[in-house]
Design a protein around this ligand. Structure first.
Ligand SMILES: [Zn+2]
Length: 329
């Protein structure tokens, strides 16, 4: 049964993948945007949660022989230290994936950054296999930032390894080594923090990669900002997955050019919402909104904006600091 509830016996599979990229400028007999990377390696470590700690259970590692991008892209070559000849040692993707999926069982998948599940699904789709992973996925990167007091920043797995003084006896940037390091960081997070706090952060951050988690809305043109904000109201009050009304956890507030809120669908979990009003070339206003299942970064973002709003109001923290660029996606 697919669940993100963590109890004694819950399994986690910490994984990492490497993929090769198309050669720039080369013609391929298919649309390259359907396969922006072809997976060439999967590495994974399985842990069992037991009474406040992670117990290592077993590992999985496989090289995959690419069939579309058979020569290593120079960037991939540089980062992974692989050679073209190494690619020949791999097994077919289908065989590798089925073995990996079998290894995972009912575990919660854990990775560093959010790109691996989407790359995996892209490869499954391209090679005409079932793209449903049927597993929850946890991005450990923002969980690390949260417990390391580095909220809102993105750190590499190597930075996290340094933070906890974990031995660096393997090269980074092989799937197996990076999965190993990510697992070691995961263990440390449990060792250095209250397990109940870690569990609560993990449960609320695990997502189902088989359902869309990010939704956007662009409103019609309006003559002024407030009417533009108003057009997104319906979008921001119903769950994009089931259409039911959302509960309000942090009510809508506006700071500078953005409106934020934290909402909740009883069935699907908490949603981060942000609306910005933009001006088009004709001088008309329109709303651009995002609604997404909240990650640890989103909780931090909305909470820190709320704190700033409570302190300084709609205009935000005043100069001398130049207005901060808000590039979060
Ligand atoms: Zn819902």
């Amino acid at each position: 049964m697919l669940s993100k509830k963590i109890t004694d016996g819950t399994e986690f599979v910490v994984f990492d993948m490497e993929w090769n990229q198309p050669m720039p400028g080369k013609e391929y007999p298919f649309d390259v945007s359907r396969l922006t990377g072809e997976i060439i390696e999967i590495g994974a470590f399985k842990y069992i949660y037991d009474n406040g700690e992670l117990i290592y259970k077993s590992s999985f590692s496989t090289d995959i022989a690419p069939v579309k991008y058979t020569k290593l892209h120079y960037h991939v070559k540089k980062v992974t230290h692989k050679k073209n000849a190494d690619l020949l040692n791999g097994i077919p993707f289908k065989e590798a994936y089925l073995a990996f999926r079998d290894f995972c069982g009912d575990a919660i998948l854990v990775g560093w950054g959010s790109s691996d599940p989407s790359m995996l699904k892209m490869n499954l789709e391209f090679f005409e296999m079932d793209p449903k992973l049927n597993m929850f996925f946890l991005d450990l990167q923002p969980i690390f930032s949260l417990f390391a007091g580095l909220q809102g920043t993105q750190r590499s797995v190597e930075a996290a390894v340094d933070f906890y003084n974990i031995d660096k006896n393997e090269f980074f940037h092989s799937a197996t080594a990076d999965a190993h390091y990510t697992g070691a960081v995961f263990e440390e997070i449990f060792k250095h923090n209250k397990p109940s706090a870690v569990i609560s952060a993990i449960s609320s951050s695990s997502i189902d990669p088989d359902v869309p988690s990010d939704f956007s809305f662009v409103g019609p043109e309006c003559l002024d900002g407030p009417s533009a904000f108003a057009t997104s109201k319906k979008f921001m009050t119903t769950c994009p997955l089931c259409g039911s009304g959302l509960n309000v956890k942090i009510p809508v507030f506006r700071i500078r050019k953005s409106q934020y809120a934290l909402l909740e669908c009883k069935e699907h979990g908490e949603l981060f919402s942000r609306t910005r009003v933009k001006k088009n070339r004709e001088g008309n206003y329109y709303a651009a909104s995002v609604l997404r299942f909240a990650t640890q970064n989103d909780y931090w973002l909305v909470a820190s904006k709320k704190e700033e709003f409570d302190k300084y109001g709609e205009k935000g923290k005043p100069a001398p600091q130049p207005e901060e660029e808000e590039n979060e996606t």
